[in-house]
Design a protein around this ligand. Structure first.
Ligand code: PLP
Length: 468
């Protein structure tokens, strides 16, 4: 059989064990230092990113050269996401089994659109769907779609809601569109995550049509200020405020909203997992009455990116709102994942999600999630002893920190970020500039918190000076 030069190279490379060995060697070098090294890349490492600036290659490079370049200039320029001192945004670490499953399954390159394309992925999606229902204590009729993150999960949930509400009034959104559709009410708190707003915009519901509800001092929707709901209403609630980590009062809100016929969507990106820990499960009590939930694997569960989930109690609405059709489609008997997601082709992120849950088990998830909470409490307690103000009730894994004034807080944050021992982001909370700590990795130990608190201490001394 004739082979082109490129084919010859690629056939040789894909079976070349020395390349796999090289990748493994680089992985070993990385993991040997990443838990100790500074979290944010050094100035030198950032400067060396210049080596990636090149014009379009006319002739190709060998895989070994590419791996070498990535290791030499890429590895040092990564943020230590898998270590224990990254507290920015709500970025999770990586559970080893998920990592290894990802490494192994990379060679399979499965597409999880249809059962006929990847029977394995279809099977694992089915299995994990059952596990998730049990973990979150959700009703039997709840189905799941495995998407790229909570942004997409929320989009799917609201799309399903839009389909159902209109369908109930005899209007098919797919056939007839939005132009002459009956109006839909959207009720959300002023603390709704920006990705909720994005979904509202993408789905043509419009920000200005949202009935915004005020929140209390922890960022929870004010129960008494939720307007009277009806069967045209989509109520969006939150399990885990992105700053304070607070949870809406699901028990009282959901029963009532359900009686009124509203669709309830819960954005539980990182917070839904609190429900899997015995000591924290009070936070999510009542969520089972909702209609749809969006949640991430890649935050608190510590799967690799990108892994999000839409859970929905109305399968027909979810499938109809994301429907795909085409003569060439071969429907599987068990599960064709693409009917439950907006995309057709998708990588099999389910393999890593399955491996992560299997490796931890229900008890391991409980332990891991609770430990994140305990380390957050440690942060709050040590920082407040040092004169920092903790502005939130630390109910889960988020800690909002302030020091004397907006300016000083900002200066302290800058110092901490430049020092690189840990990494925290900034935010605004109730009109104040704050430092946000999110403990979201299995790898965070009390020593990591101690080391990070010391960085806060040095920053404080720098800012207030010795006269303090
Ligand atoms: C992170 C987050 C999102 C967005 O999730 P992605 O996985 O980044 O798409 C939505 N809501 C909340 C509360 C979040 O913390």
């Amino acid at each position: 059989m004739p082979q082109t030069p490129i084919q010859k190279t690629m056939f040789a490379e894909i079976a070349d064990s020395s390349l796999y060995t090289m990748a493994q060697k680089f992985i070993n070098e990385y993991t040997a230092e990443i838990f100790e090294r500074n979290v944010f890349p050094s100035e030198d490492a950032l400067k060396n990113l210049e080596f990636f600036e090149e014009s379009l290659p006319i002739n190709g490079a060998s895989s070994s050269r590419i791996l070498n370049q990535l290791h030499q200039y890429g590895s040092p320029a990564t943020t230590a996401q898998i270590g224990g001192r990254y507290f920015g945004f709500v970025n999770g670490g990586i559970v080893p089994a998920g990592l290894f499953a990802k490494i192994l399954s990379s060679i399979w390159d499965q597409n999880t659109a249809m059962q006929i394309i990847s029977p394995l992925s279809s099977k694992l999606e089915k299995v994990v769907e059952n596990w998730l229902r049990e973990l979150f204590n959700l009703p039997k009729n709840v189905v799941s779609g495995f998407v790229s993150g909570t942004s997409m999960g929320t989009f799917c949930g609201i799309a399903a809601a839009r389909y159902r509400i209109l369908k109930n009034q005899g209007h098919d959104i797919n056939e007839d569109g939005l132009a002459k559709a009956p109006s839909i009410r959207v009720i959300a708190s002023v603390e709704a995550h920006s990705t909720v707003i994005k979904a509202i915009c993408l789905l043509g519901l419009g920000k200005n049509n949202v009935e915004w509800v005020d929140t209390d001092e922890q960022g929870r929707i004010k129960v008494d200020e939720i307007p009277k709901l009806d069967s045209n209403s989509i109520l969006i609630l939150q399990a885990g405020n992105v700053n304070s980590g607070s949870f809406d009062f699901f028990s009282s809100i959901c029963s009532k909203a359900k009686e009124d016929g509203a669709w309830i969507h819960i954005d539980g990106a990182f917070g839904l997992w609190a429900g899997t820990s015995k000591n924290l499960s009070h936070l999510t009590r009542g969520i089972e009455k909702a209609s749809s939930w969006s949640v991430d694997g890649h935050k608190t569960l510590n799967t690799p990116y990108d892994s999000g989930i839409i859970l929905c109690a109305d399968k027909e609405a979810l499938v109809s709102s994301l429907h795909m059709s085409g003569g060439y489609l071969i429907l599987g008997e068990e599960r064709d994942g693409m009917f439950l997601t907006p995309e057709m082709s998708r990588r099999s992120r389910i393999i890593e999600l399955w491996a992560t849950i299997k490796s931890l088990g229900k008890n391991g998830i409980d332990e891991m999630i609770y430990e994140m909470h305990m380390r957050t409490k440690q942060f709050a307690s040590e920082l407040s002893h040092m004169g920092f103000e903790i502005l939130n009730e630390v109910v889960f894994n988020q800690c909002v920190v302030f020091f004397q004034s907006n300016e000083k807080t900002e200066q302290i944050l800058k110092y901490i970020q430049n020092e690189r021992v840990c990494w925290c982001g900034g935010s605004t909370w109730k009109g104040k500039n704050v430092i946000r700590i999110s403990v979201c990795s299995w790898a965070t130990t009390d020593k990591d918190v101690k080391q990070s608190v010391e960085s806060f201490q040095r920053a404080k001394l720098k800012v207030v000076g010795t006269s303090f």
